[in-house]
Write a protein that binds this ligand. Structure first.
Ligand SMILES: NC(=O)c1ccc[n+]([C@@H]2O[C@H](COP(=O)([O-])OP(=O)(O)OC[C@H]3O[C@@H](n4cnc5c(N)ncnc54)[C@H](O)[C@@H]3O)[C@@H](O)[C@H]2O)c1
Ligand SMILES: [Zn+2]
Length: 377
């Protein structure tokens, strides 16, 4: 047994995801990467470790800190860097990474660490799920979106030319380490996109969280750790009840995502970041919720205000064609198991109704509503 010389992890939050044999912790705090070796050895995640890292220049420092922490006799690590961005989530990269692990003779007891945003997490996670039928996986999310959403819950996968996330596996991580210091270099637009998901968690489950994020959140805010922790806790509780998305309980996480996904698809995933499309989708869903689920005008208006306070879009870009959005919705309907789109609506902030069916005509009106500016703002 070698004694570790690294510092104890700095003060942090830990959210436990209770999935029995697949249970794990999500650690959230500042400066956590420096004591990554302690976090890994405490969970017997020693031995050969492959870091699959986003090659963004801004993340070079994080990779260095991580490697420094892992240069311990009981851990032998190497890294592979890939450019960030959606096109990296490809089968070509899966094959390439699997070969790299095989060439490095990473054993069944080895660990894959994904360092980066949701793209790196999904790709590295899928590689970890398939290599030798599954090796240990550790998520080190470096975007706000990855911290509050993609790094928790075990969904991994890549895209096909035919569509997004068409290949994948459920493979829970053994540990998630969200070091908030990594967010210092994240572009403001990416940070805001992550906040759209934070607004979503507040809107569906936690009015106090909603009210806080509605005042606007900045990367340097003292309570960021707590805010991320609350989101992770909400997602963890939902995942615990519906790990493999068979009971429909994970569906509430799709608030704003029905129209949001259609907007992303209609714009070829180029005009809006995911969170920005979800911001628009939440505004449209709030409009539908007013008509169909009893949401008050004040609550709907508060959603507009929360989006605006966090530099998120509320009006659809003029160049975006409504028909293309409706076509994307119709396509989703066609591939849904029961031939209808299931909408997530709000009866009030913090209270959700899922599985709602909405007529195509009303959905079209909700899309048109996104052409209008919020009044008296
Ligand atoms: N598995 C899930 O449950 C789940 C849930 C939601 C989203 N996703 C997936 O997540 C992906 C989107 O994730 P994302 O928004 O994190 O995108 P991303 O991973 O592409 O990261 C966004 C951009 O930020 C850069 N970057 C990352 N960290 C940085 C940092 N700290 N400083 C500076 N730049 C940094 C990246 O290089 C990239 O250009 C999508 O592929 C989506 O399908 C998965
Ligand atoms: Zn989302």
């Amino acid at each position: 047994v070698t004694e570790s010389t690294s510092p104890k992890p700095s003060p942090h939050l830990a959210v436990h995801v209770d999935l029995g044999l697949r249970a794990y912790d999500v650690l959230i705090g500042r400066g956590l990467l420096r004591s990554m070796d302690v976090c890994l050895t405490a969970r017997q995640l020693t031995g050969q470790t492959a870091i699959i890292a986003d090659a963004a220049d801004e993340l070079g420092w994080s990779l260095q800190v991580l490697q420094g922490a892992l240069s311990k006799p009981e851990i032998s690590s190497f890294y592979i860097r890939l450019p960030g961005g959606e096109s990296t989530k490809s089968m070509d990269n899966v094959v390439r990474l699997l070969s790299e692990l095989a060439m490095a003779k990473v054993p069944r007891s080895g660990t894959v660490i994904g360092l980066g945003g949701g793209v790196m997490g999904d790709l590295a996670g899928f590689v970890a799920a398939s290599y030798l039928r599954g090796v240990n996986f550790v998520q080190v999310p470096t975007t706000l979106l990855a911290m509050v959403d993609s790094s928790v819950g075990g969904k991994t996968g890549v895209n096909l030319p035919e569509g997004k996330n068409l290949v994948g596996a459920f493979h829970q991580p053994r540990l998630v380490v969200a070091d908030l210091d990594t967010l210092k270099t994240l572009p403001a637009r990416e940070f805001a996109a992550g906040l759209a998901e934070v607004i979503k968690y507040g809107a569906i489950k936690d009015k106090a969280l909603f009210d806080r994020v509605a005042r606007g959140v900045k990367p340097e805010d003292d309570d960021l750790e707590e805010l991320v922790g609350k989101c992770v806790q909400i997602k963890a509780r939902i995942v615990e009840n519906d790990e493999l998305e068979t009971k429909g309980q994970r569906a509430v996480l799709n608030f704003g995502h029905t129209i949001g996904h259609a907007i992303e698809k209609a714009t070829g995933y180029t005009t809006y970041l995911h969170g920005e499309a979800i911001a628009l989708g939440m505004r449209a869903a709030a409009w539908l919720s007013r008509r169909e689920a009893g949401l008050s005008q004040e609550d709907a208006r508060d959603i507009d205000l929360a989006l605006l306070a966090n530099q998120l879009p509320v009006v659809l870009d003029r160049a975006v064609d409504s028909q293309a959005i409706l076509d994307a919705l119709a396509h989703d309907k066609k591939i849904a198991s029961d031939g209808v789109n299931r909408w997530v609506l709000l009866s009030k902030l913090g209270e959700v109704q899922s599985g709602r069916v909405i007529s195509s005509a009303l959905a079209a009106q909700a899309v048109e509503y996104l052409r209008t500016r919020p009044d008296d703002l």
